[in-house]
Every structure is written in C-alpha cells, then in structure tokens.
Design a protein around this ligand. Sequence first.
Ligand code: TPP
Ligand code: SF4
Ligand code: MG
Length: 285
Amino acid sequence: MTINEHIPVTPVVRKPADYRTDLKPIWCPGCGDFAVLAAIQQALTTMQIDPKDLAIVSGIGCSSRLPGFLKAYGMHTVHGRAMPAAIGLKLARPDLTVMAVGGDGDFFSIGIGHLPHAARRNLNITCIVMDNEIYGLTKGQTSPTSPHGHVTKSTPEGNPACPLHPLAIALAGGATYVARGFSSQPKQLGELIRKGMEHPGFAFIHTMSPCVTFYDTYKLYKEKVYSIPDTHDPTDRSAAMHYAMERDRLPLGLIYHAAAECSAAPPPPPQKAFDTAAYLSRYQA
Ligand SMILES: Cc1ncc(C[n+]2csc(CCOP(=O)(O)OP(=O)(O)O)c2C)c(N)n1
Ligand code: SF4
Ligand SMILES: [Mg+2]
C-alpha cells in the first residue's frame, strides 16, 4: 500500500464557464453565434471533455472567430479551409475530438468542395455551420444560402439564384449524422451538438444563427421553424432527404443518424512501409 492510496481524489467537475477563455466575443449584441457558443459549452460540460483533448478549427468570418472563445486547441485558418485543416488534424491526431466550425459563406461558397468529401470519408469530425444566410464579416453580401430575390450590396437588383440546401449536401455526401438547430433554442442545439460529438463518424449540424446587423431573420425563422415529429425514423435516409429539401419551413432536430453498423469511420486499409528510394527512382532519367 502506498501513501497516495490514503489521499482522497476529488474528480474535476467542469462547468460551462470553465470552457471559456478570457477573450470577450466582439460579435454584435444579439448575434446568433453567442447561442451557438453557449450550446457548444453545454455539450462540452455534459460530456466533461478535457480541453487538452479537444481541437476546434475554423475558416474566416464572424462565426469563425469562435475557437478563440473556447478553451481547447484552436485553429483559425483561411476562408473556406476549415474542413481540410480539420481533416489533416484528425488524421495526424486521431486521439483528439475535432470540431470544424464556421459560416455559410465559408462552408458553402469558397469551401463547398471540401464538405461532401469529409462526409463520404465519414471521418470522426463534428461540423457546425452557423448559417445567417449572409456574409456577416464583410458587411452583408449575398451568400449561397441567401433567399432568391434578396437585395444586398452584392445583389442590388435582388439575388438571381436560389439558395442551396445545406442538409441535402451533407446527406448526399454521405454524412452519418445530420441535424439542424436554431440559436433561439440553445438547449435543443446543445443536445444535438453533444449527440453529434458522441457519434463516431462525420456529424453535420446546421444552425440557423441570425445576423442582427445585416440580415435579422429571428422573426422570420420563428415563424418557419417546427420540430421534426417523433414518428420520423432518423435511420431512413429518404425520409431525411424530404426534411432536408424543405424550403418554406425549417425542420429542427435530428434528421439523419445512420444505423450503428454504418456509423463508425471505416478502418484505413493496411499500409506498407513507404519506400522513399523506390519512389524517387521513378523520376530518374
Ligand atoms: C480567399 C478569401 N476570399 C474572400 C475573403 C473575404 N471574406 C472573409 S469572411 C467572408 C465571408 C464570411 O461569411 P460567412 O462564412 O457566412 O461568415 P459570417 O461572417 O457570416 O459568420 C469573405 C467573403 C477572404 N478572407 N479570403
Ligand atoms: S455582423 Fe452579423 S454575423 Fe457578424 S457579429 Fe454582427 S450580427 Fe454576428
Ligand atoms: Mg454567414
């Protein structure tokens, strides 16, 4: 018996505030991203994740400032590249819980090529999009989720294009967990994020997160949102696609969750040791 066995060990119990850094968000008062930050803190607290085991990666945008406000490893990368940076990080450090966060411009405009590939590889990454249907940071240009006809500085005659369907893109790519939350319902959002983090494959959480300064959609969203009924079978991808394609209403909750046997990322194929000399010989004249 050692001396240490007589010393009672008090387990560390982390509270939501323990996950916050001293950096104060410079988001506009009322920005939906505050609620997303709080929902992530709620999920981390429920899971009691140790900040040293967590990495949060973002692109560029108001929403992409989020990693700075949370105690974790953080990477504030370049516009549209949160996902490739998160993929590289996850491959290099599979022991870390990895989250990729950012805005609709970041994930669906310049960065759209990366999302379906991360989804089809089913890497164990939680992707949280804060969708305000506008470019907030650059002062209110039309984004790929802005409504048809929307008048902004970049579309003074009205947006000529129709918005894309973020949930459908994630589903079509093969994401094994797909959900939607709303900043005005942070408790539900926190639960959806927690379940996404616990999911062993690629989790996509679409958050309706209004920009009060350039496109205040709180009232509009409150009229459009509804809860996905309990009768929905989340393992049914066709039924999930039906919810994903809705435009006039905004279904909230768990849309798709692959059956357990399809959830986990596939194991990598067996690797041979890399033969540098043989590889370089291919380039010899
Ligand atoms: C390569 C590149 N192109 C354009 C920009 C300018 N830019 C910065 S953030 C942004 C869009 C931000 O919109 P979104 O991702 O929706 O984030 P939000 O600010 O709305 O949260 C743009 C176009 C940039 N930083 N880098
Ligand atoms: S400009 Fe919009 S998105 Fe950016 S912090 Fe302000 S309210 Fe939020
Ligand atoms: Mg945006």
